[in-house]
Design a protein around this ligand. Structure first.
Ligand code: HAM
Length: 410
């Protein structure tokens, strides 16, 4: 039966098994970030609107249509983490402390999208950002970190798509070239791309509409990189090869955020359907300067936790429970004593807080996935022993306290 109140469309209530999977993903990501020298940062969910307008781009889907604004204030719920990290970096003049930084963050992002499978209004990013280096090896390493997190979490069958947009000058040249090539074919474009042609023509390249795709196929596409950007991209591909990371060069991959320059990439899985990216990223060498900081190159990525969970499927996970303490009538006090002694030793243990029959308590122990049950009855109390039941083997034996601790620890 549906209750009266329901969750807001495009948000998720995580509980039981899902919270375990969610936390396991986070733990694994943190471990990898630490191995690769990333520092954790925890930034607010609220940011000034202007942080995203210039960086992500005035004419992008995120800024034009998807930001959740706080009524009456120039504040939004953050739609993504990169511009926010750059705001933080500039505000605290972190380049003065050291020349190169690696940060990671994990937390919710908000976009007012039309909800559908894999497309939510509140979702979670695992993001990594490196500021201060334009070394092509770093691009490959950032991609490796993203792929390693997916691999460590058990996500297979993903594909890496990669492209280079070149520097700001290259992007500008490429935009003009596109406008020139598409000006006479405007009518063939979808209504959104007709608007994009004036404001954000690069986005036409990865439009999903069939009509636009047909046109894109006929365009001259890879003519725009200056020699230093071309060389940078070739070095990135060289290091990907060295790291044994296979990739699919995708000249139409442009990404929906304006701040990107040079390397852009997406990690996709056909299992996700139309929203097929479980992670994405790229360089943003001009962003720090355009937001008021020094001229510092940077690169990063973000993985979508909910999409990772879609890929992991609905495997049921139970919280780990070592011992269930079951008691007969009049033995509650002893059960509480045992329970607390176990917990003092950090042994995950539970009992029934409803006065149920022993049979019902053992059923509950089974349901909770307890490894052992300790049964406390009149006889056990009188004779000073415990009945220890191995729940997986369905075998039980009489033991004293020290034997009990020994057995449940192994
Ligand atoms: P993004 O492609 O917008 O990039 O988001 C990264 C990932 O977040 C996507 O690949 C997807 O898995 C997930 N995601 C995005 N939107 C949604 C949604 N509405 N519902 C569920 N999952 C979603 C960025 O945000 C950049 N800041 C990534 C980056 C970091 N680039 C450089 N540094």
């Amino acid at each position: 039966m549906k209750g009266y109140y329901q969750h807001v469309k495009g948000t998720t209530d995580f509980f039981s098994s899902q919270t375990i999977v969610f936390q396991e993903i986070i733990e694994k990501a943190k471990k990898i970030f630490r191995t690769f020298g990333y520092e954790e940062i925890m930034l607010p969910l609220l940011e000034e609107t202007s942080v995203f307008v210039k960086s992500v781009g005035e004419f992008t889907d995120i800024v034009e249509r998807q930001m959740f604004k706080i009524e009456g204030k120039d504040i939004v719920l953050r739609p993504e983490g990169t511009a926010q990290v750059v705001r933080f970096f500039i505000e605290h003049t972190l380049w003065k402390e050291k020349e190169f930084h690696k940060f990671f963050y994990i937390g919710p992002m908000f976009r007012g999208e039309r909800p559908q499978k894999g497309r939510l209004r509140q979702f979670h990013h695992i993001g990594g950002e490196c500021l201060g280096s334009n070394l092509p090896y770093l691009d490959a390493e950032v991609i490796k970190v993203a792929l390693l997190i997916l691999e460590e979490c058990g996500i297979k069958d993903v594909e890496l798509k990669i492209n280079s947009l070149g520097c700001q000058k290259d992007k500008e040249r490429w935009k003009n070239e596109l406008i020139k090539q598409l000006q006479n074919r405007k009518k063939e474009l979808c209504p959104l791309c007709r608007k994009r042609l004036e404001r954000n023509p690069l986005r036409i390249l990865d439009c999903k509409e069939k009509s636009c795709r047909r046109i894109v196929e006929t365009l001259k596409k890879d003519i725009y990189l200056c020699s230093s950007c071309q060389e940078h991209f070739e070095r990135v591909l060289y290091y990907l090869d060295k790291l044994k990371i296979s990739y699919d060069y995708s000249p139409t991959l442009v990404r929906g955020l304006d701040y990107y320059t040079n390397t852009v990439f997406e990690i996709v899985s056909h299992k996700l359907g139309s929203q097929d990216a479980c992670g994405a990223g790229g360089r943003y060498n001009s962003l720090v300067k355009s937001m008021g900081g020094p001229d510092i190159p940077a690169i990063g990525f973000a993985l979508g936790i909910e999409r990772m969970m879609l890929l992991l499927g609905k495997e049921k996970k139970k919280p780990s429970l070592k011992v269930f303490v079951a008691y007969r009538e009049n033995c509650l006090d002893k059960a509480i004593e045992v329970l607390n002694s176990l917990r003092e030793r950090d042994i995950p243990s539970q009992m029934s807080y409803l006065e149920k029959s022993l049979k019902a308590q053992l059923r509950l122990a089974q349901k909770l996935g307890a490894e052992f049950a300790i049964i406390i009855g009149e006889e056990e109390l009188k004779e000073g022993f415990f009945t220890l039941r191995d729940m997986r083997k369905s075998q039980q034996e009489k033991v004293d306290w020290s034997q009990l601790l020994e057995k449940i620890k192994c």
